[in-house]
Design a protein around this ligand. Structure first.
Ligand code: ARG
Length: 401
């Protein structure tokens, strides 16, 4: 009998996928559920998968691996898709694919299935990652094949006694993990409509946040955030602490129109309180400790990295090569950044590092200035030489502007 390993979230689509796959392919379905820090109770997920016909269900806590091997490199690379989206969903997919492949190999299953639709980026990320890891495994996406409308799917579920979760009434489609949450569908599809307050669950409305700011000091050790306000903690806990405090001050809401890989533009709402603040802090510390030309080089690679994560190209030599450069730069990134969180805004108000290239004696306008003012004249003479030459030419022979 054929065996299929299904990425199972416990929601309606993947619950319906279990009997659908079993019937269509005459297969045994093995469910796999990962804890990526989505904050949902996974206690009864195994029972639910079995109740609708899975032969086994593997529930795996991958939060630490996700934080250290996927989120951290993206943070260090400064990866924000189209300048804003911290890529929570996109970073989760290669790890999901990796675990699906491992379980498929262990279970001698020739097929992997997922609940992605045919219109999004997630199908691309999972399919391409599976191919990179084991190209002999076939990938199927029931929700992209079955052509059922939402009501038809609910009817299908009811016929087979599949419990329809109460949240199915929610007009929104969401995806969460420890790096943030995405919210789509319903009224959000009109890019002119302001998101109703009830779409937000990780961030308070700035109209209700505290009237006094919170100050947060984030310490980094070679590019890794290691402590908040003097309290050291492992990365998973640190991310969740930053999320709590930033969210409480309404920081981390993103409302954007983004370019999907499948060619359409979509309006996306994100809540990423930890990602927004940690990116801001990390970038600030880098700017203190990295030479100008290296800072510019690194910044030019950030959008390249963000695009490749977004477009499902995690398991590629390009990503590895950028990781190597970024990792090398992180050797200098030790120090602290102080941020002020207030009414939906986070602002850097201080930074320090033993590796700082900032030198007060060179920057100061007060006593003790060590900058050689007299050298400026000669420097400017040479610097301006090509400007003078070009201007002279265009004045005499080309134009008068
Ligand atoms: N637009 C985002 C991305 O492509 C969010 C996708 C949300 N995925 C989901 N299964 N709800 O990364």
């Amino acid at each position: 009998m054929e065996r299929i390993v299904l990425a199972y979230s416990g929601g309606l689509d993947t619950s319906v996928a279990i009997p659908w796959l079993a019937e269509k392919y005459q297969a045994e379905v093995v469910a796999v559920t990962l804890d990526l820090g989505q904050g949902k109770e996974l206690d009864d997920v195994r029972e639910r998968a079995m109740a609708v016909g899975a032969v086994r269900c593997h529930v795996l806590d991958v939060r630490k691996e996700f934080a250290e091997k996927y989120v951290l490199p993206a943070l260090q690379a400064g990866a924000l898709y189209e300048g804003q989206y911290p890529l929570a969903t996109a970073l989760g997919r290669p790890l999901i694919a990796k675990r699906l492949v491992e379980v498929a190999e262990m279970e001698s299953a020739g097929t992997i299935a997922h609940g992605c639709t045919g219109k999004g980026n997630d199908q691309v990320r999972i399919d391409v990652s599976v191919r990179a890891l084991n190209s002999r495994i076939k990938v199927v996406g029931p929700a992209r094949e079955w052509g059922m409308s939402r009501p038809a799917e609910i009817a299908y579920a009811q016929e087979r006694n599949i419990p329809v979760p109460a949240t199915v009434d929610s007009p929104y489609s969401t995806d969460s993990n420890l790096w943030g949450k995405s919210i789509e569908c319903g009224v959000l599809e009109d890019p002119w409509t302001e998101p109703p307050e009830d779409v937000y669950t990780l961030t308070k409305s700035p109209t209700t946040t505290p009237g006094t700011p919170a100050y947060v000091v984030i310490e980094f050790d070679r590019g890794v955030p290691t402590a908040i306000n003097g309290v050291a903690m492992p990365l998973v806990e640190l991310v969740s602490s930053v999320e709590t405090i930033s969210g409480a001050h309404g920081v981390g809401r993103i409302d954007m129109v983004e370019n999907r890989l499948v060619g359409i533009k979509s309006r996306e709402i994100y809540e990423a309180p930890a990602a927004v603040v940690l990116h801001q802090a990390h970038r600030e510390l880098e700017s203190l400790v990295i030479p100008r030309d290296l800072e510019r080089l690194k910044a030019s690679l950030s959008p390249v990295y963000a695009d490749l994560v977004y477009n499902g190209l995690w398991f590629t030599p390009t990503r590895q090569a950028i990781d190597a450069l970024v990792a090398d730069v992180q050797r200098y990134v030790t120090g602290s950044v102080r941020l002020k969180l207030f009414k939906g805004k986070s602002q850097v108000v201080g930074r320090e590092s033993a590796n700082a290239l900032y030198k007060e004696a060179l920057a100061t306008y007060d006593e003790g200035d060590q900058f050689d003012h007299s050298a400026a004249e000669g420097f400017i003479k040479i610097w301006g030489l090509p400007v003078e030459m070009a201007a002279e030419k265009s004045l005499s022979s080309i134009s008068n502007d």
